[in-house]
Ligand binder design. Structure first.
Ligand SMILES: *[C@@H]1O[C@H](CO)[C@@H](O)[C@H](O)[C@H]1NC(C)=O
Ligand SMILES: *[C@@H]1O[C@H](CO)[C@@H](O)[C@H](O)[C@H]1NC(C)=O
Ligand SMILES: *[C@@H]1O[C@H](CO)[C@@H](O)[C@H](O)[C@H]1NC(C)=O
Length: 305
C-alpha cells in the first residue's frame, strides 16, 4: 500500500514537473510471500525442503536419484518477480539452477519464457549467469546472454529479479539492471505476452551446461543444494489457462505501477553499462555467425522513449 501511495505521488510529481520521468523498480517495500502461500512442488518432491523460518526459504537439491523444482500456484500476466538465491559451492560442473517464467505447460507449441539460468563449473571456477527469453514458441531464435558475476554467488544470497511489462523486460541482479529488452514491433509474437508461472529448478545439464557439455555432473560431489528466499510476486493474476487479459480486477494498481516503467533512469543505465562492459561474456546480438542480421530488438535495449 505504502508503495502504491508513494508511487502515485511520485507519478504526479513526475507528470507535473519532470517529464519524461521514469520509475525505477526494486523489491524494497514490496511484500514478500512465504513458500507455502505462493508455490507448489513441481518435481523431486522430497528434494524440495522448507527451511524452518516461517516458510520464507526453501532448498532444492540434485543428487543421483533426482533433481527438483517448484512453481508458483498462480499465473501472472506481467509482473515484477524477485527472489534471493544462494547457489551450491565447490565442484558443480553440469549442474543447472534456474529461476524463470514459463507457460510451456499450457501452450505446448507456442510458449513464452523469461529465464535466469545459472551454469555450474569445475571446482574453484565461477558460476556463469545466463539470461534468455522466448515468445510464442520462438525457440529457434535463442536470445541468450552470458555474464560473469561480480561476487561469488555460492557464498551469500543475492537478489535476482525480473520486471516484465507489456513493453519491457528488465533483468536485475541485486537491483543492478543487467539486461533490458524493449519490445519493438518487428519482434511480433517473440516478445512474451501471455500469462506465465514462475518456476525454479535444479537439474542435470551434463549435455550442455559446462564447457559445451565436456564437463559432466560428478555425483561424488552431490547433493547439490540451491537455496531460495525472499520471494516477491508483484503482478496481476491471470487465469491458469493463460488467456490474455484475464487479469483479476483487484490488480489495477499493480498494473498501473508496472506500466509506469518506461525505461531505465540515466543512473540505472550507467550501472548497467558499467556491468556489461566488465561482465558480459556473450550476447546473441553480437553473434554474427548465428544471426548475420541481428534480431530486431538488438539496437533498442536500454533507451527510454
Ligand atoms: C507448509 O505447508 C506444509 C504442508 O501443508 C506443512 O507441513 C508445513 O509445516 C508448512 N510450513 C510452514 C513453514 O508453514
Ligand atoms: C567445499 O569444499 C571444502 C573443502 O573440501 C569444504 O570444506 C566445504 O565445506 C565445501 N563447501 C560446500 C558448500 O560444499
Ligand atoms: C502466436 O502463435 C499462434 C499459434 O502459432 C498464432 O496463431 C498467433 O498468431 C501468434 N501470435 C502472435 C502475436 O504472433
Amino acid at each position: 500500500m505504502l508503495f502504491n501511495i508513494s508511487c502515485r505521488r511520485f507519478l504526479i510529481l513526475c507528470t507535473v514537473l519532470l517529464p519524461p520521468c521514469v520509475f525505477g523498480f526494486s523489491s524494497h517495500g514490496l511484500p514478500t510471500s512465504s513458500f507455502n502461500e505462493s508455490f507448489v512442488r513441481l518435481f523431486g518432491n522430497d528434494h524440495v525442503v522448507f527451511l524452518d523460518d516461517g516458510g520464507k526459504s526453501v532448498e532444492i537439491s540434485l543428487d543421483r536419484s533426482s533433481g527438483s523444482g517448484f512453481a508458483s500456484q498462480l499465473t501472472y500476466l506481467y509482473s515484477y518477480f524477485s527472489a534471493s538465491v544462494k547457489l551450491p559451492g565447490n565442484y558443480t560442473a553440469g549442474v543447472v539452477v534456474t529461476y524463470y517464467t514459463s507457460n510451456a505447460a499450457e501452450h505446448k507449441t507456442n510458449h513464452d519464457e523469461i529465464d535466469f539460468e545459472f551454469l555450474g563449473n569445475t571446482g574453484g571456477n565461477p558460476w556463469t549467469l545466463q539470461t534468455n527469453l522466448y515468445g510464442n514458441g520462438s525457440t529457434s531464435r535463442g536470445r541468450e546472454e552470458r555474464y560473469a558475476l561480480w561476487f561469488d554467488p555460492t557464498q551469500d544470497f543475492h537478489a535476482y529479479s525480473i520486471l516484465w511489462t507489456s513493453a519491457w523486460i528488465v533483468y536485475y541482479v541485486d537491483d543492478v539492471p543487467v539486461r533490458v529488452v524493449r519490445k519493438v514491433d518487428a519482434m511480433g509474437g517473440d516478445f512474451p505476452s501471455k500469462a506465465m508461472t514462475l518456476l525454479a529448478t535444479i537439474w542435470d545439464g551434463s549435455d550442455w551446461a559446462t564447457g559445451g557439455g565436456r564437463n559432466k555432473v560428478d555425483y561424488k560431489h552431490a547433493p547439490f543444494i540451491a537455496k531460495y528466499s525472499d520471494f516477491v510476486l508483484y503482478g496481476c493474476h491471470a487465469n491458469p489457462a493463460g488467456e490474455e487479459l484475464a487479469a483479476d480486477q483487484t490488480c489495477g494498481d499493480i498494473a498501473a505501477d508496472l506500466n509506469t516503467f518506461n525505461g531505465l533512469t540515466a543512473e540505472e543505465r550507467g550501472k548497467m553499462e558499467n556491468f556489461r562492459v566488465k561482465n558480459l561474456m556473450y550476447s546473441y546480438c553480437n553473434d554474427r555467425s548465428r544471426y548475420p542480421t541481428p534480431l530486431p530488438e538488438c539496437n533498442a535495449g536500454g533507451k527510454s522513449s
